[in-house]
Design a protein around this ligand. Structure first.
Ligand code: FE
Ligand code: FE
Ligand code: ZN
Length: 281
C-alpha cells in the first residue's frame, strides 16, 4: 500500500477489540486510527485481551498501520470542582495509561478539563496536579493535551493555557499536544486564511516539537464561535481548500491526521479517499 507518507484515519469503535479496529482501518484505507479507551460518556473500561493485542500488533506491523491516537472519555474532568469527580478523572487516566502500555509507544489524548467557574488559573493548576500524579518515567505513551474550542469553561482554549499546564508538569517529556482544526477555529485561530501565522504562534508559545497529532475536522460555525460542532470535510466554514493546506503543510504532514467528522464508515472511507487524493507530498 502506498500511502504517500500521509497518515490518516478516523475514530473506530473499540467494542470488538484491537484486531477488529485494525481490520476496519485497513478496510477504510486508513493507516492510523483513534478509539476511546472506555465509554466516552461513562466510566467503564473493558478488560484488554492479551491474545487480541498480540494478533493486532502482528497485523499492525504487516499492514503498516502507524500511530494509535487513543482518546480519554469526555467525562474525565481533571479540574472539576467536586473532589470525587477529580478523583474519578485521576483514577481513569492512571488506569488508561497502564492499559496503554499493552500497545506501547502510542498517543493518549485528553480534553484538559472544564474549570466550572473556578477560573482558568485554578483549572490549570488542577490539571497539572493530575498529570504530575499519574505520569511515570517508565511509560512509553505520550499524553496529548487537546486544543479546545472554549465552549463553556473549557481550559485549553488558547495555546497560552496549554503551555501554562505543560510548564507545571515535571515529566513534561511525556506530554504533547493534539491540534483539533475545528476547535482552534472555533477558539478564534484563523487556520483557514492564516495557517502559517497560527503555526508560528503555536511554535512560539508551545513549540512545534510538542505537536504530535491533528484532529482534522471542518466546523459548522464561524471562527471564534466557541461552539465545537464538527462538520464534514468541505461542508463547514474552514473548507476543503484550507484543510488541504493543513494536511500538506511541511510542519504537519508527517503527523497522524484523525477525522472526527459526523460520518458513518462509508462517509469516512470517502473522506479518506478524497484527502489522500488531495494531499500534496
Ligand atoms: Fe477530543
Ligand atoms: Fe478533537
Ligand atoms: Zn470537538
Amino acid at each position: 500500500m502506498n500511502h504517500k507518507n500521509f497518515h490518516i484515519g478516523c475514530h473506530l469503535s473499540s467494542a470488538k477489540g484491537f484486531l477488529a479496529m485494525g481490520k476496519e482501518a485497513v478496510a477504510l484505507d486508513a493507516d492510523v486510527f483513534a478509539f476511546f479507551t472506555r465509554n466516552p460518556r461513562g466510566g467503564n473500561a473493558k478488560a484488554i485481551d492479551p491474545e487480541d493485542v498480540a494478533a493486532f500488533l502482528a497485523y499492525k506491523e504487516e499492514q503498516g498501520i502507524g500511530t494509535l491516537v487513543a482518546h480519554a472519555p469526555y467525562t474525565m474532568n481533571a479540574c472539576a470542582a467536586k473532589e470525587d469527580l477529580r478523583r474519578f478523572a485521576r483514577e481513569a487516566m492512571a488506569d488508561d495509561l497502564v492499559r496503554m502500555e499493552q500497545v506501547p509507544g502510542n498517543l493518549y489524548n485528553f480534553h484538559p478539563g472544564s474549570h466550572v467557574k473556578q477560573g482558568a488559573d485554578v483549572g490549570i493548576e488542577l490539571i497539572a496536579e493530575q498529570l504530575n500524579a499519574v505520569l511515570s518515567p517508565e511509560q512509553s505513551t505520550t499524553v496529548l493535551l487537546e486544543t479546545m474550542a472554549g465552549k463553556g469553561s473549557e481550559v485549553g482554549r488558547s495555546f497560552e493555557e496549554l503551555q501554562q499546564i505543560i510548564k507545571r508538569v515535571e515529566l513534561d517529556e511525556k506530554l504533547g499536544v493534539c491540534l483539533d482544526t475545528c476547535h482552534v477555529w472555533d477558539a478564534g485561530y484563523d487556520v483557514r486564511d492564516h495557517l502559517d501565522d497560527v503555526l508560528e504562534e503555536f511554535d512560539r508559545i508551545i513549540g512545534l516539537k510538542r505537536l504530535r497529532a491533528i484532529h482534522l475536522n471542518d466546523s459548522m460555525n464561524e471562527r471564534g464561535s466557541h461552539k465545537d460542532r464538527h462538520a464534514k470535510i468541505g461542508e463547514g466554514h474552514i473548507g476543503l481548500e484550507a484543510l488541504t493546506r493543513v494536511i500538506s503543510h511541511e510542519a504537519l504532514r508527517e503527523l497522524p491526521f484523525i477525522l472526527e467528522t459526523p460520518n458513518d464508515a462509508a462517509g469516512y472511507a470517502k473522506e479518506i479517499a478524497l484527502l489522500r487524493e488531495r494531499a500534496i507530498r
